[in-house]
Design a protein around this ligand. Structure first.
Ligand code: HEM
Length: 498
């Protein structure tokens, strides 16, 4: 059972580090700090996470950055991050990028402050939507969406064409969460361009990231046209979601999916229900949080599989063995793909697609016995660097090696050194959903195709709060000895809507 987060009396507004860290001077910052502006010399504003990774390597496990008067502390040392995971002393902080999403997601599950009553209400109402039983119910729908992907890739394979990996993974994961959570079909695979919902979502995520790179009071002026576009994007997201909710209210019956829970389920103890405004925020939250990060995770995993044919061969052999001649893998057969899951974990280690989360002190405390923090002071955990800390991952932490996740290796590592899904009461509610979906899809793709990389491709990571391998294209080739018949994945799926 999740531990209830702090509910009352949090300090409000952006808390610059000078207010919360009495010995801030002991924490290193980048050289060439400019008065008023801060650490802005030579910084690429489009890639704040990778810039922070660069500083992390130079400045050590706890460091700070300042931009336009706002100063914040980054933590990535495994020892210090483990201390921040102590739920009795720290809780989620809604800061920086996450706070910038409040205009669109408000007190939805992801962006809610700990003290807002709608967090606990929505958590309790929606958590059963991620139970094992619920997941087993989603499995046939996930298969059905994956079939659309393989039909698309089959056509590309037949024509000898390369596929746009992040684009296709985004179609897949959007359709999956829309179908399983909301009984909705965006028709992404029938479109040559991204669905307008995706364009609006990418717009709001990118805008939320950009807001951190301009002086706060000047943001409305400097980002005037971007801000207008952002308002239009938010209006589009709201409009899409309102139509979806209206359609459900008119027709009823989503077989207990997430939307049914949001609309119909009362809190088991208090009898309270989510308000219409909160339902809107939750639907947007789940549509966005439920696909963007999983799409990135799948894309990075496919990148690594294509770059490491020996790892792909081992994963493929596992799929052939575990799924054997089953036309459609059963729900239980997905979790049995242990090596494929390690490939996914290792991809999420190097490129955790939600690359940071923030933690705030519940009371005055000392971080890892070293840095005093006042109540309400907060720090960003820089996950891609936590996942590269040599103290936890060894001197070759940059190397892609799925065996880091075999049971013995996991046991021998310090606790809390792998955090792609955040930590504590506010950790990702969709973790099992994402892992099941991604493992299933990787299994299906490995079983059906050889993945040919473009040898000239060099990994470039694009940032819009989340991470994605930019411009990644692969050439799928149907395997000569594919074991499943062509008609696999084609059984009609009850309630899948196509
Ligand atoms: C690989 C895929 C995913 C990754 C890497 C990921 C990562 C994360 C992280 C790091 C957090 C914590 C953020 C924080 O502390 O500020 C989070 C929270 C959350 N995630 Fe995910 N997520 C993924 C997939 C999903 C999916 C599939 C769903 C929904 C179906 C989802 C829904 C949420 C929600 C609603 C929260 C807020 C939970 C709360 O505060 O109670 N995520 N996720």
């Amino acid at each position: 059972m999740a531990q209830a987060p702090v509910r009352t009396g949090e300090p409000k507004g952006f808390r610059s580090a000078e207010l919360g860290w009495p010995e801030l001077d002991r924490i290193p910052h980048p050289p060439r700090r400019v008065p008023l502006l801060g650490d802005v010399v030579g910084v690429n504003r489009n890639t704040p996470v990778q810039e922070s990774m660069r500083y992390a390597r130079r400045l050590g496990p706890v460091f700070r950055r300042k931009a336009f008067g706002k100063e914040f502390v980054f933590v990535w040392g495994a020892r210090q991050a483990a201390d921040l995971a102590d739920e009795s002393r720290f809780a989620k902080h809604v800061g920086l990028g996450v706070a910038n999403l409040r205009p669109v997601a408000g007190d939805g599950l992801f962006t809610a402050h700990n003290h807002e009553p709608n967090w606990q209400l929505a958590h309790d109402v929606l958590a059963p939507g991620f139970s094992r039983e619920a997941m087993a119910g989603y499995h046939p729908m996930m298969l059905s969406v994956a079939q659309r992907l393989t039909e698309h890739w089959d056509r590309a394979a037949a024509a000898g064409r390369a596929v746009d990996v992040p684009g296709d993974m985004t179609k897949l994961t959007l359709e999956t969460i829309a179908r399983t959570g909301f009984g909705h079909d965006f028709g992404s695979f029938e479109r040559s361009r991204p669905h307008p919902f995706v364009t609006a979502m990418v717009g709001t995520l990118t805008y939320a990231q950009r807001l951190n790179t301009v002086p706060f009071p000047l943001a409305p002026l400097l980002l005037r046209s971007a801000s207008r576009r952002n308002e239009a994007d938010i209006a589009h997201l709201n409009h899409t979601v309102d139509a979806l909710v209206r359609a459900r209210r008119a027709t009823g019956g989503g077989d207990g999916d997430l939307l049914d829970r949001m609309l119909e389920t009362a809190h088991p103890d208090t009898g309270e229900r989510l308000s219409p405004q909160n339902v809107r925020r939750q639907v947007i939250t789940f549509l966005v949080a439920g696909h963007e990060t999983t799409s990135g995770a799948l894309s990075f995993a496919l990148y690594y599989l294509a770059r490491h044919p020996e790892i792909a061969a081992r994963a493929r052999a596992e799929v052939d063995r575990v799924w054997a001649d089953a036309a459609d893998p059963a729900y239980e057969q997905v979790a049995r793909l242990r090596y494929v899951r390690r490939v996914l974990d290792e991809s999420l280690r190097l490129w955790p697609t939600a690359p940071a989360f923030s933690r705030q002190a519940r009371q005055d405390t000392v971080l890892a016995g070293e840095h005093p923090m006042r109540r309400g002071a907060w720090a960003l955990v820089l996950t891609p660097m936590l996942h590269r800390d040599p103290d936890a991952w060894g001197p070759d932490a940059e190397r892609f090696d799925p065996d880091r996740f075999d049971a013995q290796a996991v046991r021998s590592r310090p606790a809390h050194s792998f955090k792609p899904f955040g930590t504590g009461a506010r950790a990702c509610i969709g973790r099992q959903f994402a892992l099941h979906e991604a493992t299933l899809v990787l299994g299906l793709l490995l079983r059906r195709y050889e993945l040919r990389a473009d040898p000239a491709y060099r990994l470039r990571v694009t940032e819009r709060l989340t991470l994605m391998p930019e411009g990644l294209r692969l050439r799928p080739e149907r395997r000569a000895s594919v074991r499943q018949p062509d008609s696999d994945l084609r059984r009609p799926v009850p309630g899948a809507g196509d």
